[in-house]
Design a protein around this ligand. Structure first.
Ligand code: ARG
Length: 475
């Protein structure tokens, strides 16, 4: 978080000598701590581009409504572009009286263009202004998030393409269950991320609604044309209720939910990779660039990139809780509580943008140890295949399950692997099974190849999915 409250004393002195944009009604100045408490400029300054874009469009609408002369409108536009340039260049100098991005831009505009600046806020409130800024910001952020998700998907698909037939244990309850391919594992996360992307696209429809023109809460009485405002800002719809328009932050909550769920997906992927990179598993090794060492134990190579992805899902979820708690119980319409929407939003967006970049690069550079994966397979994982074979011989599945269960128990009692169970033991349970049939069941590659249903783990299916994703992701 940016440092707040630095040099409060000085800020206060300067503030005393500077007129507040809303100062007319007030006899006393705001207290120093209150100023620090109230100001959002340290964190909402990042909305400058959206704020200025909205103001330029607003000035045009005021001009069209006859509320500004063409000369005034042009002066405002030029001044606003100058303020934009200052922010973009990092040369904008905040004044202690700048409460938030809206007052900062307007104050600086006044310095640049003089009297015309005092007309910009005609018919507008910071309430519809901030709602507009934030929707514009979220729209861009959602598109950027989508790009990051795309890159992670591409990294996973690239790994999958190399490992369509690399066998490894698949787990349920973290117990070895059935053999799968590593490519199949990769594509499971590609599917999750695809749903996240579709959630973003869906949320973008609801984001794309213009609040500007709702005024403080009741609407606009100046004859401003909201349709042309919407068109100029690229909104596809116009809010139909001014109370709702200024007090709705559903779109922030939605984006934070999507961010939290992406975080959960990343966390699950990270947990798999943390386990797989341990010496006990040894299935994968992360590149040095995405690992760190121990200050005490020279031999250690820790999967910190993955641990942080797992850990940061906590704050992503926390940020979702924060916005829901802020909104709960707010009376209509705008309340200052709503200023608390920004820090969780920005934090989640920043956290994910970096996290997704790290995740994509760590996945792209991880090394797969196919031998270790194969060594972790055991023939007991084919017990279901044995039951399936009995089913093909006409044994009802429940009965087959019971018979194979008995064989597993016998093998455990004799201390041998299931395929090494003496034929006599097998035939005691299922008399018409012969040695050749038994051998044919205990073939790991064969077992995986048989999982050839659509979406199954068979290399042929994984290859189909890889091709589908390569086409969908564009190479
Ligand atoms: N900084 C404020 C926010 O983010 C802007 C809106 C202020 N509106 C008001 N009526 N004080 O919510």
């Amino acid at each position: 978080m940016p440092q707040r409250g630095v040099g409060v004393g000085n800020r206060y002195e300067e503030r005393m000598s500077h007129e507040k944009l809303w100062g007319g009604r007030f006899a006393e100045h705001v207290a120093p701590d209150m100023a620090t408490f109230n100001d959002s400029f340290p964190f909402d300054r990042r909305l400058y581009a959206e704020d200025i874009h909205g103001s330029i469009v607003w000035a045009q609408a005021l001009g069209a409504a006859g509320l500004l002369t063409p000369a005034e409108r042009d002066a405002l536009e030029a001044g606003l572009m100058q303020v934009h340039a200052e922010f973009a260049a990092g040369s904008f100098v905040p004044h202690p009286s700048d409460e938030d991005i809206h007052t900062a831009v307007e104050r600086r505009l006044g310095e640049l263009v003089g009297a015309a600046a005092r007309k910009l806020h005609t018919g507008r409130s910071r309430n519809d202004q901030v709602a507009t800024d934030l929707r514009l910001y979220c729209r861009t952020a959602a598109a950027q998030l989508d790009t990051h998700l795309h890159h992670l998907q591409a990294a996973l698909v690239q790994q999958a393409a190399q490992h369509t037939a690399t066998l490894m244990p698949g787990y349920t309850h973290l117990q070895r269950a059935q053999p799968i391919t590593f490519g199949h594992w990769c594509l499971a996360y590609v599917e999750m991320l695809a749903r996240d992307r579709s959630r973003l696209a869906d949320a973008t429809h609801r984001l794309n609604v213009l609040p500007l023109g709702a005024g403080a809460l009741a609407g606009n009485s100046m004859g401003v044309d909201r349709a042309s405002l919407a068109a100029a800002l690229g909104f596809t719809a116009i809010s139909e209720n001014s109370l709702d328009a200024v007090s709705d932050r559903d779109f922030v909550a939605e984006l934070l939910f999507i961010a939290a769920l992406i975080g959960v997906h990343l966390s699950r992927m990270a947990e798999d990779l943390i386990l797989y990179s341990s010496s006990e598993f040894g299935f994968i090794e992360l590149a040095d660039a995405y690992s760190t060492g121990s200050s005490l134990m020279p031999q250690k190579k820790n999967p910190d990139s993955m641990e942080l992805l797992r850990g940061k899902s906590g704050r992503l979820t926390g940020n979702l809780m924060a916005i829901l708690m802020v909104l709960k119980g707010l009376p209509l319409a705008y309340n200052k509580d709503m200023q608390e929407d920004k820090e969780p939003l920005f934090d989640s967006l920043d956290t994910l943008a970096l996290g997704l970049r790290v995740a994509a690069a760590a996945v792209a550079t991880l090394h797969v140890n196919a031998e270790r994966m194969h060594a972790a397979l055991d023939s007991a994982m084919l017990a279901t295949d044995l039951a399936d074979m009995l089913v093909r011989q006409g044994v009802p599945f429940r009965e087959a399950h019971g018979k194979v269960g008995q064989l597993v128990r016998r093998a455990l009692a004799l201390g041998v692997a299931l395929p090494d169970l003496p034929l006599a033991e097998v035939q005691a349970v299922q008399p018409d099974l012969d040695a050749a049939q038994l051998r044919s069941v205990f073939d790991l590659a064969q077992s995986v190849a048989q999982k050839n249903s659509r979406g199954g783990t068979a290399p042929a299916q994984v290859a189909i999915q890889v091709a589908r994703w390569q086409a969908a992701l564009g190479g």
